[in-house]
Design a protein around this ligand. Structure first.
Ligand SMILES: Cc1cc2nc3c(=O)[nH]c(=O)nc-3n(C[C@H](O)[C@H](O)[C@H](O)COP(=O)(O)O)c2cc1C
Length: 350
C-alpha cells in the first residue's frame, strides 16, 4: 500500500443513498461509452477496467473518469514517494479524484522553527510532483499539472490529470533514476565541474521556471562556505532550532571549510510564494536525477536560506537582488570507491 495515498472507493449504494447517482442503466451506458472511447484510442482491455482508485464522484454531475488503472496509479505514487524531502519528512499525500490525483501538503510535518514559512516543506512537495510526472511517463501517461489551484485551500498544491503517452527510452532512464537517486553527503574527488555541466543543470531548472545561478568554485566558493558556516552558527545558538533539529543532525551535511572545489548553484525565482517554492522542488528533483545519471553528488543546503541574514546576503550580493534565493545546492563528483550510503528517507517524521 502506498504511503499517504487516500483511496475513496466508489460506492454506488452510498451515491444512491445521497441521491447523487443516476439510474443504474445510465451508469452502465456511460461505462460502455467510456470503454468504446478507450478502444478507439487503441488502449488495451486491461486499461479499460474501471479503477476503484479513480472513480470518485464530485457534486451531482459525473465527471470524466481518470483512465489510469488502479495498479498503475499505485506504482506511480510508490515511485513518486521516493522523492527527497527536508530531513526525510515526506510532507505530502495524494488524493485520487475522478480525473487524476491531487497533491496535498502535510502541515503537521512542517519544522515550524527552522522553516516557519513552509518553504522547505513546499519545495519537498514539488520534488514529489516532478517524481510523479516521471513515474507516470514510464507507465504511458503524461501528467497534466495545475499548480496551486485553489488559494482558499492551502494544503492543496496541485491537481494532476493524465493522458495517454508513448513511452520513450528517456522516460525509462529517468524512471530508473527515481529509484537510484539518494543523498550522498561524502566529498568526492576534488576538481570543479566543467562549465557545460553547470549550464545543463541550469537549463533543466529553467524548464521548470527556476533560475540556477552558479556561485563557484571560481571565486565565490569560499564566500558560500563562509555564509553556510555562519548560518550553521546562528542556528546552533538558537535553542528553538537546537530543539527542533536535535534528532536530525545526521541529516545535514557538515560544512567542510576545505571544500572549495565544489560547484554551488543557487536555485532562485522571480517572486517568493508557494508556486515558486513548488516549482523550485520540481527543478531540484530534475537537476538531482540528471546529477545521478552523470555520477555527480548533489546535496541541498537549506541553512543558508533558513537563516534570514544569510538569505539576505545571498539575495543582495550573489543575485544582486534580481531574484529570490530558494535553495543552495552543492554539486561535486561522487566518491567512486566506497559503497554508497543507504537511503535515509522515512515516511514518518523522527
Ligand atoms: C527542501 C530540502 C532541503 C534539504 N536541506 C538539506 C540540508 O540542508 N542539508 C542536507 O544535508 N540535506 C538536505 N536535504 C536532503 C534531505 O535531508 C534528504 O533528501 C532526506 O534526508 C531524504 O534522503 P534521500 O534524498 O536519500 O531520499 C534537503 C532536502 C530537501 C528536499
Amino acid at each position: 500500500m502506498v504511503s499517504g495515498l487516500k483511496i475513496r472507493a466508489w460506492s454506488r449504494r452510498s451515491d444512491l443513498r445521497r441521491g447523487r447517482g443516476c439510474s443504474i442503466v445510465g451508469q452502465a451506458y456511460r461505462r460502455l461509452r467510456r470503454r468504446r472511447a478507450l478502444w478507439r484510442r487503441g488502449l488495451k482491455s486491461s486499461q479499460c477496467r474501471r479503477s476503484a482508485l479513480t472513480s470518485t464522484r464530485h457534486g451531482d454531475k459525473a465527471e470524466a473518469m481518470s483512465d489510469v488503472p488502479a495498479d498503475v496509479l499505485t506504482r506511480v505514487l510508490g515511485r513518486a514517494d521516493r522523492a527527497p524531502s527536508v530531513h526525510g519528512t515526506k510532507p505530502w499525500w495524494w488524493q485520487s479524484t475522478a480525473t487524476g490525483v491531487e497533491l496535498y501538503v502535510r502541515p503537521e510535518r512542517q519544522l515550524s522553527v527552522t522553516d516557519p514559512s513552509g518553504r522547505d516543506l513546499t519545495i519537498s512537495c514539488g520534488a514529489a510532483l516532478y517524481s510523479l510526472e516521471v513515474a507516470a511517463a514510464v507507465e504511458g501517461w503524461r501528467a497534466r499539472i495545475r499548480r496551486v489551484p485553489d488559494p482558499g485551500l492551502r494544503s492543496l498544491l496541485a491537481r494532476v490529470g493524465f493522458e495517454p503517452h508513448e513511452v520513450t527510452a528517456g522516460d525509462r532512464d529517468r524512471a530508473e533514476l527515481l529509484l537510484v537517486r539518494r543523498i550522498d553527503r561524502r566529498t568526492g574527488p576534488s576538481s570543479p565541474l566543467p562549465e557545460s555541466s553547470v549550464n545543463e543543470a541550469a537549463l533543466l531548472a529553467r524548464e521548470r521556471g527556476v533560475l540556477a545561478v552558479a556561485a563557484g568554485p571560481r571565486g565565490r566558493g569560499e564566500e558560500v562556505l563562509g555564509l553556510l558556516a555562519e548560518a550553521a552558527r546562528v542556528q546552533e545558538l538558537d535553542p528553538g532550532y537546537r530543539g527542533e533539529l536535535e534528532h536530525r543532525r545526521q541529516l545535514r551535511r557538515p560544512i567542510d571549510p576545505g571544500d572549495t572545489d565544489a560547484t554551488w548553484l543557487v536555485l532562485a525565482t522571480a517572486s517568493d510564494d508557494r508556486l515558486c517554492w513548488l516549482r523550485t522542488g520540481e527543478a531540484l528533483q530534475a537537476v538531482w536525477l540528471w546529477a545521478t545519471a552523470h555520477g555527480l553528488s548533489l546535496v541541498p543546503h537549506s541553512q543558508a536560506i533558513e537563516v534570514p541574514s544569510a538569505r539576505a546576503t545571498l539575495q543582495d550580493e550573489l543575485l544582486q537582488d534580481t531574484s529570490c534565493p530558494q535553495l543552495l545546492l552543492r554539486l561535486g563528483w561522487a566518491p567512486v570507491d566506497d559503497p554508497r550510503p543507504t537511503r535515509t528517507s522515512r515516511s514518518d517524521p523522527p
